[in-house]
Design a protein. Structure first.
Length: 320
């Protein structure tokens, strides 16, 4: 009897200590590319690429990261300065405000640049503040990072001078209210492999900064999109790419390709990556939002794992 009660108590204890979600992907069964996600209190808020749809950036809300409800749009009408191509929104909380850094084409010359909008809370009511970041003919995929009180905005830049210059992930300081740029842009990471590099997402664990970024073909029927990682002991670099990249790919079962997401932390401290995926033989359905758990390995490199349906590639051991 004692052993039975002890076994029951142990089972309850282990259940209480197990905080990982059991997820059935896709968590958003709709075309929701390049998702951004934040948590405010006990509620999660997300938005996704909308392209040239008449309303820009569908917004979603969830209490558990598994079940999402559509709640409207960031913009019911396009901002006056834009001419479409609304890609890769990025939510970021500053005080009581929610900032939305987003990509759109400028009406004046067709350049893709990063705009800025803000709302007095996560429920919406975004006010547009116009173009914010522009570098040569393409500045897309904003991500904002708080480095011990210093805010940075990062983005993918290409079409840089000279014309044969590879894609780069650039960064620039932000003012504390997130409304203004400071200093000059500087490079974090460069696409020396010429395989594509975008959709960066940065977090810190222990002595390292980590950057998840997406590579290869994002959007065609032959998409082989995947997620790679780099790390650095300083935000400003130098950044070391993991020799076993990519660390998250499609599989032969149900996912063709996946990538371009944002991390969110649960109240219990677990990290999850909300990204998009093409499902095998379902290209016309668009890119669905999927959720992946991420944890740190003993080699101090992050790895994806269950819950979720996308298999992480085997990681190589790094020689010290």
């Amino acid at each position: 009897m004692f052993n039975s009660k002890l076994s029951t108590l142990l089972s309850l204890f282990l259940t209480a200590c197990t905080t990982s979600l059991t997820v059935t992907n896709p968590v958003i069964d709709a075309d929701a590319p390049d998702p951004t996600v934040i948590r405010v209190g006990d509620t999660y808020y997300a938005a996704a690429t909308s392209g040239n749809n008449p309303q820009a950036y569908a917004r979603y809300q969830s209490k558990d990261l598994k079940t999402w409800q559509k709640t409207g749009y960031v913009f019911d009408q396009w901002p006056e300065w834009t001419k479409g191509a609304f890609w890769a929104p990025e939510f970021f909380v500053i005080g009581n405000k929610v900032m939305c850094y987003y990509t759109a084409r400028q009406k004046s010359d067709g350049t893709s640049c990063i705009g800025l909008a803000s709302a007095e809370g996560p429920e919406g009511g975004f006010v547009d503040h116009g173009p914010f970041v522009r570098t040569t003919n393409e500045a897309i995929d904003a991500f904002v990072f708080d480095d011990d009180g210093q805010l940075y905005i990062t983005w993918k830049a290409y079409g840089l001078d000279p014309s044969n210059r590879p894609i780069e992930i650039l960064a620039q300081r932000l003012t504390s209210d997130g409304m203004h740029l400071e200093g000059a842009p500087f490079m974090l990471l460069r696409d020396d492999e010429r395989q594509g590099m975008e959709g960066q997402c940065i977090f810190r664990e222990g002595k390292y900064y980590y950057m998840l970024y997406s590579i290869r073909d994002c959007c065609t029927p032959q998409s082989d999109y995947a997620v790679s990682v780099a790390r650095s002991e300083k935000f400003t670099g130098p950044w070391e790419k993991f020799p076993g990249n990519p660390i998250l790919t499609g599989n032969s079962k149900d996912i063709q390709s996946c990538g371009h997401g944002t991390l969110v932390t649960t109240p219990s401290g677990e990290r999850y990556y909300l990204c998009h995926a093409y499902y095998l033989n379902r290209y016309k359905e668009g890119r669905k939002a999927i959720l992946q758990h991420i944890s740190m390995g003993k080699d101090l490199w992050p790895a994806f794992g269950s819950p979720g349906t996308v298999k992480a590639q085997s990681r190589l051991k790094v020689k010290r």
